[in-house]
Ligand binder design. Structure first.
Ligand code: SF4
Length: 502
């Protein structure tokens, strides 16, 4: 593998909340993008202090002192919001909104480069560059649905102040569009708390695709605002599983990251929970279940990942599996099997139903995108199909995109994770990119001279326009006179199959 000159981006230890056009040396391709004023982005961090659980994060998630759980279950409480007459949880498939999304570059491409690639067997050639687009990439159904609902809300409530409780999805371009449409993303302070003080009764509040905690729902109900709940139905399905586990006095073992917004929301729907990040942590838990162990060590290890008052000697007698939807599907399934096997060993096969609960809540979107990257990198022994490098496009705080980047890194294929076209500087032949583990790098002369084959994929929260702009920056790097790809209005087919509510 060719070693390219790389420098660590100064003062940027992690890519979280960073965008190339904002903080590092990319040159924004204004000529190739819409002529928009880009305001400063909101900050989206859950700062988890030492020893602080997801519960604690929730309890200080508001400047208004009402962040307590309602008395009924989270699921029942969420259902009860329908009775207020101020709660919407489904899109209406408004055509104007869908058209505007595409015009704003936050929908599926139907005439641009990505659409043209789709019509051309997912391939494109520009001079001596061959681009191969993964067979599954970009927006998943739940993300498109959430953005669509935000556009529909803007159309329906043109004169009301609209807020978002968080970034609607993990993509900088989409969140910029929200801000440009005068949708206020509620600020999080340095300590992770949110300031709801500017939200008033006449306002509309949109909940993001990965949901909101029961405490936030309760707060918004009390504020009597119009709620537009874009939570992906797959995420709601996880909440149903967690609610069932709570009603049967099972501890929810959540495969996820304890500081991720979706997992924080899921934990809020549970009574007792333990969050495990990977199979290694699950193994530790299962070993404790079977053989006991050092309770203090257990509580220290999971200090940020357990419900208040969690006691491993008491709370691991009955467990149920839940998942953050962007985690690796195979790993979630492996953790489920491990828990089931452990409980059979501990309590015997006849009693397994009393000690272990599982419900299929796995969304395939993340895995499909990973499988497609494996497919892309699976032909490295074939000179005709071998990739010289891979571009991964997606928000730097996108969990599923980081998993896509991991695959070429593990295979030692040069790979560059960028979140927008501004990461590529065609003039200085430089790319600013992130590694799967969060290091920001500048790489000079990253695009080899001569014939080159580039694999491309994008995260589940990445609109097609972001991929198109990145590829145009690549072509511009090869040929400074490149002037963009003309839209093709003759493709004539629907760009994607849209799904039914489920
Ligand atoms: S990845 Fe799956 S669960 Fe997450 S928003 Fe997309 S469709 Fe929904």
């Amino acid at each position: 593998m060719q070693v390219l000159p790389q420098t660590r981006v100064q003062g940027v230890p992690s890519g979280r909340n960073l965008s190339c056009s904002k903080a590092v040396g990319g040159t924004p391709l204004r000529a190739l993008t819409r002529d928009v004023v880009r305001p400063a982005r909101s900050v989206n961090v859950h700062v988890v202090a030492d020893g602080e659980s997801a519960d604690d994060v929730l309890l200080r998630s508001s400047s208004v002192a009402v962040a307590e759980k309602p008395k009924v279950s989270g699921r029942a409480f969420r259902r009860s919001l329908k009775d207020t007459g101020r709660y919407v949880a489904k899109p209406i498939n408004d055509k104007d909104s869908l058209d505007l999304m595409e015009e704003h570059g936050v929908g599926y491409s139907s005439v641009g480069l990505v659409a043209q690639m789709r019509a051309n067997n997912n391939e494109w050639r520009f001079k001596d560059i061959r681009v191969k687009l993964a067979s599954a990439y970009g927006y998943c159904w739940g993300v498109e649905r959430a953005v669509q609902m935000a556009y529909e809300a803007k159309k329906k409530y043109p004169d009301r102040q609209i807020h978002l409780t968080n970034e609607i999805i993990h993509n900088p371009t989409v969140n910029e569009r929200m801000t440009e449409m005068d949708i206020n993303i509620i600020e999080q302070k340095e300590n992770g708390s949110k300031d709801f003080s500017k939200v008033s009764r006449q306002d509309v509040v949109i909940l993001p695709a990965f949901g909101a905690s029961v405490q936030e729902l309760s707060l918004l109900k009390d504020l009597e605002v119009q709620i537009v709940d874009t939570t992906c139905p797959w995420v709601s399905k996880v909440w149903t599983a967690v609610d069932n586990q709570a009603r049967k006095a099972h501890t929810s073992v959540i495969h996820g990251k304890y500081s991720h917004e979706e997992t924080i929301a899921t934990a809020s729907f549970a009574e007792t929970y333990l969050i495990v990040r990977d199979i290694e942590e699950a193994n530790y838990v299962c070993n404790y279940i079977l053989n006991g162990g050092n309770k203090e060590e257990f509580l220290t290890k999971f200090k940020n990942a357990i419900s208040k008052g969690f006691d491993p000697d008491r709370d691991l007698a009955r467990v149920g599996l839940a998942n953050q939807t962007t985690m690796l599907r195979d790993e979630t399934m492996a953790i489920g099997k491990l828990l089931e096997k452990t409980m059979i060993q501990k309590h015997g096969p006849a009693a397994i139903k009393e000690h272990f609960m599982v419900m299929d809540t796995i969304c395939d979107a993340t895995q499909e995108r990973q499988d497609a990257v494996y497919q892309l990198v699976g032909q490295q022994d074939n000179p005709a199909e071998k990739l010289d490098l891979i571009l991964v496009v997606g928000g730097f705080n996108s969990s599923n995109t980081s998993h896509l980047q991991e695959i070429p890194e593990l295979k030692n294929i040069p790979s560059f994770w960028v979140n927008e076209a501004a990461c590529i500087d065609p003039v200085n032949k430089k790319i600013t990119h992130r590694t799967a583990h969060g290091t920001m790098l500048d790489t000079q002369n990253w695009l080899p001279d001569g014939p080159v084959t580039i694999g491309v994929t994008s995260g589940a929260s990445t609109p097609d326009r972001a991929v198109e702009e990145v590829l145009e920056a690549v072509f511009k790097t090869r040929d400074a006179s490149f002037g963009g790809i003309a839209p093709n209005y003759d493709l004539g087919t629907a760009p994607v199959v849209r799904h039914e509510e489920h």
